[in-house]
Write a protein that binds this ligand. Structure first.
Ligand SMILES: Cc1cc2nc3c(=O)[nH]c(=O)nc-3n(C[C@H](O)[C@H](O)[C@H](O)COP(=O)(O)OP(=O)(O)OC[C@H]3O[C@@H](n4cnc5c(N)ncnc54)[C@H](O)[C@@H]3O)c2cc1C
Length: 401
């Protein structure tokens, strides 16, 4: 019987794990090891684009790629990981319970926005975390033009001024005007706990975010958290109220709940601590990758962030190393010392920075050209041709955006 490398998740971490595992097995001509990927859909859902209005091109089918390289795809959702028994229980597409055995498991089930237990948040706040929630937001925005004109109708509150909040907010004036008309008096307000615009992103990039916000007419309410969301807007902790028909929640993110089923140390986001080869500390057959892994990127104490920039490189490493483990050959330790940020700032452009301190390198139109290239080409799956796809999965290829 074939040995099994089982991967949970078809995001950046999972897709690249599958390709890099097949790549190494191929190089060693090991036909006795199978690579199986379990996920609800054979699709790469490009989450970094879910703040956009046109979601039609944010999903890339993976069936042709998996067929080309020989990854077995199983449609379903993992419900239980039995580490000792080396099996994963899952609910299949038809709703039936089934299980898959593994010799090595790679957990690549990603992350989700962390909604705190706040009054009204589940009923009235939108988010841009998943394809379904982004589609729901877009449908709601489209429906605004059927409502009588009012300041609340024309107002979007974005809760959270981090990466996702900034991209969502700076895109929003154009999205609203496309629906409500060029002359509409639209208001986009970012509510953030920080003391300064964009402060969570670092000092250098913050001034660029402030300039773009001013130009676009995006305003910031700083220093007070939201205490309640209702049908007509938000209440802040300091007593202030903002009337808004649309509230988008972007604060906080947490690793997939499947991480809780694996014994091991976790960070504040629920990510599993892994060694340099991305094996979960304390486990002998389980790897974590992408947003489920708390992984050192260098020898200086920096760790991977929950970004697709890191998930791509983590995936290429985890797949290679899980396969290497089964083959009894040397793994290639994960290393990703270069870190960049490319933040979309709507019609103003984008800002590209280098390093952990986020030194500004490109802004405006130049930044935007790079962002478009990253978001529409670089992070998409490779061509569904065996040689091309496997070559692209080399763990030594540096990921630079
Ligand atoms: C709006 C937004 C903007 C972003 N912008 C950027 C950006 O500009 N740059 C950047 O680098 N990053 C960005 N990110 C972050 C980036 O999208 C994530 O870090 C990345 O998607 C993580 O990849 P992943 O493979 O770990 O997880 P995901 O992409 O979340 O994929 C997880 C996979 O696991 C599957 N799965 C989940 N649960 C189960 C289960 N129980 N059983 C089976 N399968 C399961 C899912 O269906 C999915 O296929 C952004 C995210 C958002 C939401």
């Amino acid at each position: 019987m074939k040995q099994q490398i089982l991967i949970i998740g078809a995001g950046f971490g999972g897709m690249w794990s599958a390709l890099s595992a097949v790549r190494l097995l191929d190089q060693h001509q090991r036909l006795d090891v199978a690579v199986t990927l379990l996920a609800p859909q054979a699709e790469l859902r490009v989450r970094p684009r879910f703040y956009e209005s046109d979601l039609s091109t944010t999903v890339a089918p993976l069936d042709p790629l998996f067929d080309a390289v020989g990854v077995q795809f199983v449609q379903g959702s993992a419900t239980r990981i039995d580490a000792a028994g080396r099996r994963v229980i899952y609910r299949s597409a038809s709703g039936a319970q089934a299980e898959l055995n593994f010799d090595r498991l790679i957990l690549a089930s990603g992350s989700q926005v962390a909604r705190p237990p706040l009054a009204g948040i589940d009923r009235f706040a939108f988010d841009v975390d998943s394809l379904e929630s982004a589609q729901k937001l877009e449908a709601h925005l489209q429906s605004l033009c059927d409502k009588p004109a009012s300041q609340a109708r024309n107002t979007v509150v974005v809760v959270g001024g981090g990466f996702t909040g900034i991209e969502t907010a700076t895109e929003m004036p154009a999205r609203l005007r496309a629906i409500l008309g060029d002359e509409a008096d639209v208001r986009v307000i970012v509510v953030d706990m920080g003391k300064q615009v964009g402060s969570v992103m670092g000092e250098q990039i913050a001034s660029v975010i402030a300039e773009a916000s001013d130009t676009l007419g995006v305003t910031w309410k700083l220093g007070s958290p939201v205490s309640m969301v209702d049908e007509h807007g938000v209440q802040l902790d300091n007593g202030e109220r903002i009337e808004a028909s649309t509230v988008v929640w972007t604060v906080g993110v947490k690793a997939s709940p499947l991480t809780q089923q694996i014994d091991g140390e976790r960070d504040a986001f629920g990510r599993l601590h892994v060694d340099r080869n991305l094996k979960v500390l304390g486990q002998d057959a389980i790897y974590a990758t992408g947003d489920t892994a708390y992984a050192a990127v260098d020898e200086l104490g920096n760790h991977a962030l929950m970004t697709c920039q890191h998930a791509i490189a983590l995936g290429r490493s985890s797949g290679n190393n899980a396969a290497a483990d089964l083959l009894g050959i040397e793994p290639i330790p994960y290393s990703q010392p270069k870190y960049v940020t490319c933040l979309d700032l709507g019609a103003w452009g984008a800002v590209f920075t280098e390093g952990w301190e986020r030194k500004v390198v490109l802004t405006g139109k130049e930044g935007k050209e790079l962002k478009m290239q990253i978001n529409t080409q670089w992070i998409y799956p490779p061509e569904a041709k065996r040689e091309i796809a496997l070559a692209a999965a080399d763990p030594l290829i540096p990921v630079v955006a």
